[in-house]
Write a new protein. Sequence first.
Lengths: 270, 173
Amino acid sequence: MKPAPFDYVRAEHLDEALEILGQEGSDARVIAGGQSLMPMLNMRLAKPRTLIDIMRLPEFARIERKKATIMVGAGVRQASLLDWPELGRSLRLAALALPWTGHVQTRSRGTVCGSIAHADPSAELPLILCALGGEVHLRSTRRRRRVAARDFFAGMMATTRADDELIEAVSFPADQQRCAFREVARRHGDFAIVACAAVATTAGVRLSIGGVADMPVSRDLPRLDGSALEDALNAFAYELDARDDVHASARYRRDLVRMIGRDLVREVLQ
Amino acid sequence: MSRLQANRRHSVRFSLNGKPCAGEAEPRTLLTDFLRHHIGVTGTHVGCEHGVCGACTIDIDGQPARACLTLAVQVDGCEVRTVESLAPSPDRLGILQAAFKRNHALQCGFCTAGILMSLDGFLRENPKPDEQAIRDLLTGHLCRCTGYTPIVRAALEAAAEIAGDLSREKSDA
């Protein structure tokens, strides 16, 4: 339960971090708050040769509004986003979901982008990035590119980030007020058994589910009610291919998808 | 840029409970182990080592944090506080500690150091907490002895006592 040996690099300029990632690729890992990566290191599920600490790069510590998007830099801690005075007005879904993300004692250090990079299928931040249709901003010595959330997550703790790329920011579409979030976990702040986000669309509602499939899954639903809504939710619940595990049965997860989904769809369409 | 090589020890300096602290750590050394084994400050306990149990919770730059999810080299230049900072002198307990003792808010005591550190920071920022806020905070800790109820009672009692102390100070002034 102790990390394997690694070199530790405290990057003072972004170029240094990118250069090392370019040279060492998958042998290097970026650490920000460490609240996802440190457990992986302690359990030796990750054994990088080099750890690149990006928390002393001032350009990464910013939360910025750019036209209709909110950019959250790679060094922004979850607690800082939760304390951001604009959050309730500009990014309501994050205001609803962040209190469920870990605990006070982990949000104080864990970053928003770090949780996205870790891509745990039960985590709230990847879920709301998908629900809002946000983007991941990647950078390497070769290029900069933006990837839509739905194309970024590739499976259980897997993403389409190349080995030499780091996440410099994530961006969320701003000002989506008609949204809702709820989750069920064994203990508040633990990883979700089922997490659910709903966002109003012009045609109806986009429902996104975490904790069931191997990544967050979104489904655009038209305006439905009664048995039509029940049928749509039931079909969605089965398509998520829930599995039995030590926390909950597949059947219980499908039940939660149907029940929480129905409540949130009604809440958003009201 | 500084590259700290694996398998070698590197100088780490930070403030520990208000006093300068220096030592040497390998990059992979966890802050829990650095505090306990290198500095010899053993109040911070090591439970699960993956951030779930909360026994190792300390205060880094004014925020509660898991020492087991922090590398010693990451706190270079930071202000770190541990449970050793709570008692005003070796033979006296702090207000929160005394409330824990009165309310039987600990049995085996393994989780207590972490819970005290979370509550200490929390009560500074929330001098009039309600029970729900304290229970929310405690979701970041596991206690297998008490069932949490005496911990909540102790926290509320300590908050009232601290508030009383402050108002007495004001009225004396």
